[in-house]
Design a protein around this ligand. Structure first.
Ligand code: DX5
Ligand code: ZN
Length: 226
């Protein structure tokens, strides 16, 4: 049974952009581990969030690593600026990369950790030949593009499959879950083998975001019943 503790990554997409500084300080002072930064281009996903200047402003005040989720086509064009804007982890979409192996190598050459995100319809089996090269796999538990959507429960099976696939090949692989994460599904996700929980609206729309982050962080799969 695993006793390692999981990571919480609040998604800044759900913050109040008119008081972003306050929300960054809140995350700094919380038990969260990373900032999750969603960059969208209006092409790969039907929405536009914010770009690198905003990310640079966040990086200036954030005291925790920036976990950057690029929901953009042809992400190779933006890896350098992403790194220069403060990214520690850069995650690209499987569905957006023609030469995924090359893209992952480029991310690592920049000195960043490399992640791949999978849309809900993309099987984890497609990662077999790059599994050893990955630091993180982000399993989308909603269709990317928007916060506040309903969690897709097929994700539990995908986490289990990926964890089994990675065993003996990449035991340090971090499995991240992104979309619709709440205290109602977090324990089951962790039991299935997830390591990192992204949470946007559940944290930032809560009456007490600090306490909500703490609740997600405090989940102990050894005592939690599902
Ligand atoms: C969706 C983004 C998510 C989003 C999650 O495309 O990748 O990171 O912010 O938001 P919630 O937690 O509200 O589903
Ligand atoms: Zn995301």
């Amino acid at each position: 049974m695993s006793t390692k503790s999981h990571l919480i990554a609040p998604s800044v997409l759900a913050a109040d952009f008119a008081k972003l500084y306050d929300d960054i300080i809140m995350v700094n002072n919380s038990e969260a581990d990373w900032f999750h930064i969603d960059i969208m281009d209006g092409v790969f996903v039907p929405n536009i969030s914010f770009g690198f200047p905003v990310m640079q402003a966040i990086a200036k005040h954030a005291t925790k690593p920036l976990d950057v989720h690029l929901m953009i086509v042809d992400p190779d064009r933006y890896l350098q600026v992403c790194k220069d804007s403060g990214a520690e982890i850069i995650t690209v979409h499987y569905e957006a990369c023609t030469h995924l192996h090359r893209t992952l190598a480029a991310i690592k050459e920049l000195g960043c950790k490399a992640g791949v995100a999978l849309n809900p319809h993309t099987p984890v089996a497609l990662l077999k030949d790059v599994l050893a090269d990955l630091d993180l796999v982000c399993l989308m538990s909603v269709n990317p593009g928007f916060g506040g959507q309903k969690f897709i429960s097929n994700t539990y099976t995908k986490v289990q499959e990926l964890r089994a696939m990675a065993a003996g090949i990449n035991d340090g692989l971090l499995i991240e879950i992104d979309g619709g994460v709440t205290t109602a599904n977090a324990a089951q996700l962790l039991k299935a083998g997830a390591d990192v929980l992204v949470a946007g609206s559940f944290v930032f729309n809560a009456s007490d975001p600090l306490e909500t982050i703490k609740k997600l962080k405090d989940i102990d799969i050894n005592i939690e019943s599902i």
